[in-house]
Design a protein around this ligand. Structure first.
Ligand code: MG
Length: 380
């Protein structure tokens, strides 16, 4: 039986991963890691009986110990705990579903321990793609994308020769503010931004989808996963979220992967690749759907996407600057400390003012994050 370790088990991807595992009933969960939702984690522990569990803090670990006092369970915490869950000897595949740059270290630990990766944490590749992909090659580790677009691209590339790819057509829903002008975005509220038209996701990624920074991060993620430069990754707005992405080959032929917007599909595909399993999702009904439409993204209004292309082009630690600035700006927006359009403003400021480092080490990536945070705090 294949064994799975899930980092970020109480988040949106984590709980859907457990749903896939519950329904298939032939994978063993050996480790779970979560941040602060200790009670939910305790429920997961009772159901899936892992050997090791990691929580965000020492306090959380004590609370979990009390909630699971009758169980034989190893409880760890913090970054050390998260890394232990990633590198646990019994695990075959690690699902990296934590949010943000905290995914870098555990992903590296998992690869060094020769685990395959079901990658849901895009920030890891955005900031440290040059390190992660090299390490995966050296350790003979496969990285299976969980992001719906990248899973689609991965599926379109099945059996194809990667040197015959001309470009990647990365689809985007356009989010809740598609079609709006800059002026109309000035006073949007947190609640407006949290209403994604098609996908049910965590808060951070829902805001990122509304600003299209998420699509920008996905351009960079695609760049690393499929070894294609950003200028050959074209974003196509497709508001129905039925086409999950496409690949165009050198002969002009285009392959697309379609399906209902349900994250359990890419999660299940990553866990069982190269096999497909039945899934109780609502299949696309083309008669009911009627049409699939396409638009060009408005990068003057959704500047986050334009900035992401610029970050991809400049490389080095600039994608880290973009990502760190976005992480902090989004958390400030979620706390209602800044306005919606301050998000791209803050990202641009960080990208313009950070000192460029080519080919950064992991230490330099975290140093860039710290500098960017300080830079933004002293400006706000
Ligand atoms: Mg996506």
């Amino acid at each position: 039986m294949r064994s799975v370790s899930i980092l970020g088990s109480t988040g949106s991807i984590g709980t859907q991963t457990l749903d896939v595992i519950r329904k298939n009933n032939d994978l063993k969960v050996v480790a779970l890691a979560a941040g602060t939702r200790v009670e939910e984690l305790a429920r997961q522990v009772r159901e899936f009986k892992p050997e090791l569990v990691s929580v965000g803090s020492e306090e959380g670990a004590k609370q979990l110990r009390l909630l699971t006092a009758d169980m034989d369970l190893k409880i760890v915490y913090g970054m050390e705990g998260l890394t232990a869950a990633a590198a646990l000897p019994g695990a075959d595949v690690v699902v990296t579903a934590v949010v943000g740059m905290m995914g870098i270290e555990p992903t590296i630990a998992a690869i060094k321990a020769h685990k395959d990766i079901a990658l849901a944490n895009k920030e890891t590749l955005v900031t440290a793609g040059h390190i992660i992909m090299k390490l995966a090659r050296e350790n003979g580790v496969s990285i299976y994308p969980v992001d719906s677009e990248h899973s689609a691209i991965f599926q379109c590339l099945n059996g194809e020769n990667r040197s015959e790819v001309q470009k990647i057509l990365l689809t985007a829903s356009g989010g809740p503010f598609r079609g709006r002008t800059l002026k109309e975005l000035e006073n949007v509220t947190l609640n407006d931004a949290l209403k994604h038209p098609n996908w049910a996701m965590g808060k951070k990624i829902t805001i990122d989808s509304s600003t299209m920074v998420n699509k920008g991060l996905e351009v960079m993620e695609a760049q690393w996963l499929f070894n294609v430069p950003a200028d050959r990754v074209q974003v196509v707005v497709q508001p129905q979220s039925i086409i999950h992405s496409m690949v165009q080959f050198v002969d002009g032929s285009i392959m697309a992967q379609l399906g209902s917007p349900d994250m359990r599909l890419p999660i299940q595909y990553a866990l069982y690749y190269p096999h497909r399993r039945p899934l109780d999702t609502k299949p696309v009904d083309f008669y009911e759907l009627g049409q699939i439409t396409f638009e060009k993204p408005d990068m003057d209004t959704f500047r986050g996407l334009k900035l992401a292309y610029e970050a991809a082009r400049r490389g080095g630690n600039i994608p880290t600057a973009l990502n760190a600035a976005n992480e902090l700006a989004v958390s400030k927006f979620l706390n209602e400390e800044i306005k919606y359009l301050d998000i791209p403003e803050i990202i641009e400021y960080a990208m313009e003012n950070v000192e460029f480092i080519d080919n950064p080490t992991v230490e330099q990536i975290f140093a860039t994050e710290k500098t960017v945070y300080e830079m933004i705090e002293s400006r706000c």
